[in-house]
Design a protein around this ligand. Structure first.
Ligand SMILES: C[S@@+](CC[C@H](N)C(=O)[O-])C[C@H]1O[C@@H](n2cnc3c(N)ncnc32)[C@H](O)[C@@H]1O
Length: 312
């Protein structure tokens, strides 16, 4: 089955989309501002003879010519971290502040965890959860290499995230069991948008898997909303195009939990969330979500939505 063909009705320039999906992905690194500055990282790359091209919307993202950002010394020192350009979007949209309590619900291997820690200036509390022990090892080693100290790692199913160790002082007076100011929900998905990095990504694609993983996504997003204080922010992201895993999950959360979708700026080309897919129609507000297609900015595919937790 030609999986990408099913998105022809959604994508603005489908030929450009297909052509972009067939090209290899540019290799991008993010400067780790916990260990260095953008200027020093650029100087180190200059010194190492590694060419780079800053991305326009984020001066800490640099496109490198080679595929292996792990082989240079600025990487070994934790000054830079290999991270796909669009993968840097959700943490910027979440915009965590120093001193806050933040939950990274599906955190391994930690690209976004280390980015969140840098945005929080390594203060406050960052709880990073994953249910895969092997990937948690990678998360720990990435956090260590990046010099992150404000992170607590938990190994559990995020749908049943336990608050016992992390309850905020005084939270009994507010929304019971909602200690977090913000949560990032970067869920497991069918990974259609990673086809440029992993040409085999769609080999085992099937609709049953899409529906199955959507059940997990719904559960994790619900838990994130339940554990975030009223007025707090939850960002939902995937690297897939399937509306079943994107807008349908948001539509479900809007029905089940006290939350609303909010607008946000994104200085990258994108399309709005879709409200119709097959027989399904979704809440109008899912248009506020953003779909990033590979041909838009020469990146992988991505989906990102920002929610605010409202009164029960
Ligand atoms: C898209 S990846 C996360 C990438 C990560 N946020 C980053 O930027 O490096 C999804 C992660 O969710 C984890 N996962 C899958 N099901 C989960 C569950 N029920 N609870 C917690 N984590 C889960 C997977 O092990 C995987 O590491």
């Amino acid at each position: 089955m030609d999986v990408l063909e099913r998105y022809a009705p959604l994508v603005d320039d489908f030929d450009a989309f297909r052509a972009a999906c067939d090209r290899p992905l540019p290799s991008v690194v993010r400067v780790n501002t916990l260990k260095t500055t953008v200027e020093r990282a650029r100087a180190a790359l200059d010194e190492a003879g590694i060419a780079y091209e800053p991305r326009e919307w984020h001066d800490g993202l640099l496109a490198l010519p080679q595929d292996q950002p792990g082989t240079n010394w600025p990487y070994m020192l934790g000054w830079i971290h290999g991270q796909e350009e669009v993968s840097a979007v959700p943490a910027e949209v979440l915009d965590p502040q120093p001193g806050e309590r933040v939950w990274d619900a599906c955190a391994a291997p930690g690209s976004k965890t280390t980015q969140l820690a840098a945005l929080m200036e390594d203060t406050g509390l960052l709880v990073a959860t994953d249910n895969n022990l092997g990937r948690i090892s990678a998360l720990r080693s990435n956090a260590e290499r990046a010099g992150v100290t404000n992170v607590a790692v938990t190994h559990e199913d995020a749908r049943n995230h336990s608050l016992k160790p992390f309850r905020a002082p005084g939270s009994e007076a507010g929304r019971e069991g909602a200690p977090y100011d913000r949560a990032l929900v970067d869920v497991p998905c069918s990974c259609e948008g990673t086809i440029r990095k992993n040409p085999d990504a769609l080999d085992d694609w099937n609709l049953d898997h899409v529906h199955g993983i959507a059940g997990v996504q719904k559960g994790v997003l619900r838990r994130a909303i339940q554990t975030t204080r009223e007025g707090g922010t939850v960002v939902y992201s995937t690297c897939t195009f399937a509306p079943e895993e994107n807008e349908a999950v948001l539509d479900y959360a809007l029905d089940e939990e006290p939350c609303e979708l909010v607008e946000f700026d994104l200085p990258l080309e994108h399309a709005p969330g879709v409200t119709e897919w097959g027989e399904e129609s979704y809440d109008e507000s899912v248009r506020k979500a953003k779909r990033i297609y590979p041909h838009h900015n020469d990146t992988g595919g991505f989906f990102c939505a920002k929610l605010e937790v409202t009164a029960e």
